[in-house]
Design a protein around this ligand. Structure first.
Ligand code: CO
Length: 186
């Protein structure tokens, strides 16, 4: 099943997501659906809040970067209850986009080296270090489970320039070639 992707403006994207345990209902189905949804929308990562679930879960597959950086091909992973342990190095810029914010891409500065603790789909715990594009994708998705979006990391000027377009997205005035869900204020 393909989920609609929650658009910018929905409060679920702003919540700090909750940890889950291995008895979380239908987790296998949710993971399969999230991968199907991510591939359908040509994403390299997808976090549970983007499909309306405020839980500490995200998936990535960096294969589309295979021609840009060695090691990204078939790098497909599930991150459950992730916690960043350390980020280090000299800030670098990379052009980011987000399935919840279609049509907007901007350079974002982040640290290049990442150590993260997480559980895999079998709830086996790992502590691993990543760098380069893989770290970048993980950092972007990790932000989602903390309620942070890449546009939060832009300069005040850039934010001001994007304000109108972000507002349009939150009101459904946007074209995406995948199904989206827009927040309706009650
Ligand atoms: Co995103």
């Amino acid at each position: 099943m393909i989920y609609p992707i929650v658009a910018y403006g929905d409060p679920v994207l702003r919540k700090k997501a909750e940890p889950i345990s291995n008895d979380y209902p239908k987790l296998k189905d949710i993971l399969q659906n999230m991968f199907d949804t991510m591939y359908k929308s040509s994403g390299v990562g997808l976090a549970a809040p983007q499909v309306g679930l405020s839980i500490r879960l995200f998936i990535i597959d960096t294969t589309p970067f295979k021609d840009e950086e060695a090691g990204t091909e078939n790098f497909k992973k599930v991150f459950i209850n992730a916690q960043i342990v350390e980020e280090e190095g000299k800030k670098w810029k990379f052009n980011e986009g987000c399935l919840s914010i279609p049509g907007i891409r901007e350079d974002v500065e982040r640290l290049p080296n990442l150590t993260i603790r997480y559980q895999d789909e079998n709830f086996v715990e790992h502590i691993e270090s990543f760098s380069g594009i893989i770290a970048r994708v993980i950092q972007h998705e990790y932000d989602h489970i903390e309620g942070i979006l890449f546009t939060d990391k832009l300069t005040p000027l850039k934010k001001q320039l994007l304000k109108g377009r972000l507002n349009d997205i939150s009101r459904g005035k946007v074209d995406a070639d995948y199904k989206m869900k827009f927040y309706v204020k009650k």
